[in-house]
Design a protein around this ligand. Structure first.
Ligand SMILES: *[C@@H]1O[C@H](CO)[C@@H](O)[C@H](O)[C@H]1NC(C)=O
Ligand SMILES: *[C@@H]1O[C@H](CO)[C@@H](O)[C@H](O)[C@H]1NC(C)=O
Length: 205
C-alpha cells in the first residue's frame, strides 16, 4: 500500500494536469462550417419516397444556386431549378423545351446562412458518419461530418431530404450550362409563364 500511494498521487496529478486542457479542447457548442464560396455536390434526394439524383452547383460570387435533378426513371430528365441571387428563379426541362420562371423576391443562401440562428443538437451517426447536428427553426436540420466538416445530409421541414454523395469545393459549372435557355425568355411562349413559386419546386423559403 505504501508503494502504491505515490503512484496514485502521480496518476492523480497527471489527470489534473491533463484533463482540463483536453476538456477545453472539446467544443461543447460547435458552430457550423460556412459553405465554400463555390462547390459542386452530388445529392441523393428523397421527398416522401420520390427519389432523385441531383447535381448542386452553388456559386455565391456568381449569384447562382442550381440544382440539376434527375427523378427516378424520368424520361424527360434532367430538370433544372436555377435560383439567382437577384430573386429570379427558372425551372426548365430541356427535353421538352419547357420553362417557368418565378420572382421569388429573395436571393440565394449566403455561405454562412446556417451560422446565425441555428441550434446545436449534438452528435449523431448519420449515413455512417460521425456528425454534428444543427437545426434552424422551421427550416432545416443539417448534419456535418465532425472530422472533414463537409455536409453529410440535410432535411428540410417539408420532409425533403438530401444525402451528400460528393462534395467538390471550388468547382464551377461552365458558362454555357449556367444560363437559362432561350425558350425561358421568348415572350408569348405558351410553355413559359410567371406563375408564383410553389413549394413543390423550391425548398429555401
Ligand atoms: C417525383 O417528383 C417529380 C417532381 O414533382 C415528378 O416529376 C416525378 O414524376 C416524381 N416521380 C415519381 C416516380 O412519382
Ligand atoms: C436575374 O439574373 C439572371 C441571370 O443573369 C437573368 O437571366 C434574369 O433575367 C435576372 N432577373 C432580373 C429580374 O433581372
Amino acid at each position: 500500500m505504501e508503494k502504491t500511494t505515490p503512484l496514485l498521487v502521480a496518476v492523480a496529478l497527471l489527470l489534473v494536469g491533463v484533463l482540463p486542457p483536453r476538456a477545453a479542447c472539446e467544443d461543447s457548442d460547435p458552430s457550423p462550417t460556412p459553405w465554400p464560396l463555390r462547390f459542386h455536390a452530388k445529392l441523393l434526394m428523397d421527398y416522401r419516397g420520390n427519389l432523385s439524383l441531383a447535381d448542386l452547383w452553388y456559386d455565391w460570387p456568381g449569384g447562382l444556386n442550381l440544382h440539376i435533378i434527375r427523378y427516378q426513371l424520368a424520361a424527360d430528365a434532367p430538370f433544372y431549378d436555377a435560383e439567382w441571387n437577384n430573386g429570379t428563379s427558372f425551372f426548365y426541362t430541356p427535353a421538352r423545351r419547357s420553362c417557368r420562371s418565378a420572382a421569388v423576391g429573395v436571393g440565394i443562401l449566403p455561405p454562412n446562412w446556417l451560422v446565425a440562428g441555428s441550434v446545436y443538437l449534438g452528435r449523431r451517426a448519420i449515413d455512417g458518419f460521425d456528425c454534428h447536428v444543427w437545426a434552424k427553426a422551421d427550416f432545416i436540420t443539417y448534419y456535418e461530418d465532425v472530422h472533414t466538416k463537409r455536409p453529410v445530409k440535410w432535411v428540410f421541414y417539408s420532409g425533403r431530404t438530401s444525402h451528400v454523395m460528393s462534395f467538390e469545393e471550388g468547382a464551377v459549372l461552365e458558362d454555357a450550362e449556367r444560363q437559362a435557355p432561350d425558350y425561358c425568355f421568348s415572350k408569348g411562349d405558351a410553355a413559359s409563364d410567371n406563375s408564383l413559386i410553389s413549394e413543390s419546386t423550391v425548398d429555401h423559403d
